[in-house]
Write a protein of this length. Structure first.
Length: 454
C-alpha cells in the first residue's frame, strides 16, 4: 500500500490537475487550490458534505461499510497510505462506529453518507453511543487512545469515493433475503401439504433446462412427499407456480451476489490511480448494485403476493375440505381470516417498495451532477422489503400449521421437522386468540433447515 501511495503522491507533486486534490469539487472543479489550501482541503471535504441525519445505520451495517472500504482500498486504486488502512482496522477493532444516515442520499455516488462514515476518523461528526443515540467522535477516539487522523494528499477525497456503502448494504441485505427465501420455501411446502395439492408441478421433468428450478423443485418434492389424500386435478395457481416464483427469487439473489463481487474487485474510485496516472472513472455510479437490489425487492414482492394468495386459499373449505377460515368453531370463532388481512397489508407495503429506485433522476450541483443511481435508497428499500416479507412468510407458516393440525392425513416425513418446530413456537390452537403474537414469534424464531443451500 505504501509503495502505491508513494507512486501516487509523486504524480500529485507534478502539479497536474487532479480532481478533488488540487481542485475544488463538483461545479467548483475548475478552481485550482493553492498549496496551503490543499493541505486543509482533504479534511474540509468531510465537513459540509455531512448533511444527513437520523435514522442511522445500525452498528452491523455501519461496520460493514468501513470493512468494505478497507477491502477496496487494498486494490491500490485510491493511492492512500497503509496508515489510513490501519486506522480503519483500528476503529473497527475498538468499536468506534460512525453515525451514518440510512436515507436521504441524493448525490451522485455516496459523498453524503461517506462524509458521516469517515469524518469521525478525523474527530469530525458523531459516532453511535453504547446505550443508544450518538456522541461526539473526538471523545470516543480519545477513550480508545486513538488520535485524530491526519489525512494525507487525496485521502479525504478517497474516503468519499467509490460505492462502499451500497456494496456493504447489499452484502448484508443479500444474506437477509436468502434466509427469507428459505423460509418462504418452507412455507410454500407446508401449504402444499395442507391443501393436499397435486404434486405434478414439482416433478423433476418440469425443470428441464433450468438447474436452479431443478434444485428448488427437488427440495419441494423432498418436503411434500406424495399426497396422503384425494387431490383436485389442479390446485389454485398460487400453489402450482410455487417453484418458478421461488426460483426467480433465488436467481435475483444470485444476480445481486454477482454485482457485489464486481463492486469488490472492480474500479470504483474516481479518480483512480491506474497505470501510474490518476484517471476519472464512472465507478462511483453504482447502477449495477442499485438495479440488482431493485430486482430482488421486486422478486420478494411477487413471492409475498403469491404467498398471500395461498393463505387465502387455505381458508377456503372448497380448496382444503377443512373448516371455514380454519376456525375451531366457525361462527363463534373467527379463525385465521384476519391473519390473511395482515398479510395483505404487508404485501401492500411491499408493492410500494418495488418501484425502481434507479428511475427518477434529479439534477444537482449546478448541473455537474445530473444523474444518480440511488443505490443507497435501493438497498434501504430491500431492507424494508425483507422485513415485510418475513411477516408474510410468518402468516403463511401459521396458516399452514393450523391447516395441517386440522387435516386428517399425516404430515409427510419431509415436513415433519418443520411442523414440530412450529408446534414449539406456536403451541396448540384451541380457539381464537391474538394471532399477531404468534406471527411476531415466528418472525424472530429460527429452526434447523431455515437456510437452504445456494
Amino acid at each position: 500500500m505504501d509503495r502505491r501511495c508513494r507512486q501516487a503522491r509523486a504524480v500529485l507533486r507534478a502539479g497536474r490537475p487532479v480532481y478533488g486534490v488540487n481542485t475544488g469539487m463538483g461545479a467548483l472543479s475548475g478552481v485550482r487550490l493553492t498549496e496551503a489550501e490543499q493541505r486543509a482541503h482533504q479534511r474540509n471535504l468531510l465537513l459540509a458534505r455531512a448533511t444527513g441525519g437520523p435514522p442511522w445505520l445500525d452498528e452491523a451495517d455501519a461496520r460493514a461499510l468501513l470493512a468494505v472500504r478497507l477491502r477496496t482500498f487494498l486494490s491500490g486504486d485510491a493511492g492512500v497510505s497503509a496508515a489510513l488502512c490501519q486506522r480503519l482496522a483500528d476503529v473497527l477493532h475498538a468499536g468506534v462506529i460512525p453515525a451514518v444516515p440510512r436515507t436521504g442520499v441524493g448525490c451522485a455516488g455516496e459523498i453524503v453518507p461517506l462524509a458521516h462514515a469517515f469524518g469521525p476518523l478525523c474527530g469530525i461528526g458523531r459516532v453511535l453511543a453504547p446505550g443508544g443515540g450518538t456522541r461526539p467522535a473526538g471523545g470516543a477516539l480519545r477513550e480508545h487512545g486513538l488520535p485524530e487522523f491526519a489525512l494525507g494528499p487525496r485521502e479525504g477525497h478517497a474516503l468519499l469515493a467509490g460505492v462502499p456503502g451500497a456494496t456493504a448494504l447489499a452484502i448484508r441485505r443479500l444474506a437477509d433475503a436468502r434466509a427469507l427465501a428459505a423460509r418462504m420455501e418452507q412455507a410454500a411446502a407446508l401449504s402444499i401439504v395442507a391443501a393436499s395439492a397435486s404434486r405434478d408441478p414439482y416433478r423433476e421433468e418440469c425443470a428441464r433446462g433450468d438447474p436452479v428450478l431443478g434444485q428448488v423443485l427437488g427440495r419441494l418434492r423432498r418436503a411434500v412427499g406424495d399426497p396422503a389424500g384425494p387431490t383436485a386435478l389442479q390446485a389454485p395457481v398460487s400453489f402450482r407456480v410455487a417453484g418458478p416464483v421461488l426460483t426467480h427469487l433465488r436467481r435475483a439473489g444470485n444476480g445481486l451476489a454477482g454485482a457485489v463481487g464486481r463492486a469488490l474487485s472492480g474500479v470504483t474510485d474516481s479518480p483512480a490511480f491506474l497505470s501510474g496516472a490518476f484517471v476519472g472513472t464512472a465507478g462511483f455510479h453504482g447502477l449495477d448494485l442499485a438495479a440488482h437490489c431493485d430486482q430482488l425487492t421486486a422478486a420478494l414482492a411477487h413471492a409475498a403476493e403469491v404467498s398471500a394468495a395461498r393463505i387465502h386459499r387455505l381458508l377456503d373449505p372448497q380448496v382444503t375440505g377443512l373448516p371455514a377460515q380454519l376456525a375451531a368453531h366457525p361462527g363463534p370463532d373467527t379463525g385465521l381470516v384476519t391473519v390473511h388481512k395482515r398479510a395483505a397489508g404487508e404485501v401492500h407495503a411491499l408493492r410500494r417498495l418495488a418501484v425502481p429506485s434507479t428511475v427518477g433522476l434529479i439534477e444537482t450541483s449546478g448541473g455537474q451532477e445530473d444523474v444518480q443511481s440511488f443505490g443507497w435508497e435501493a438497498a434501504e428499500c430491500l431492507r424494508q422489503a425483507v422485513r415485510h416479507g418475513h411477516a408474510v412468510a410468518s402468516c403463511e407458516l401459521l396458516t399452514g400449521y393450523r391447516a395441517v393440525t386440522f387435516a386428517p392425513h399425516l404430515v409427510p416425513p419431509g415436513c415433519r421437522p418443520l411442523v414440530d418446530s412450529l408446534a414449539r413456537v406456536i403451541g396448540p390452537i384451541d380457539a381464537d386468540r391474538p394471532f399477531g403474537e404468534d406471527i411476531e414469534r415466528l418472525t424472530v424464531a429460527s429452526w434447523p433447515g431455515a437456510a437452504a443451500p445456494e
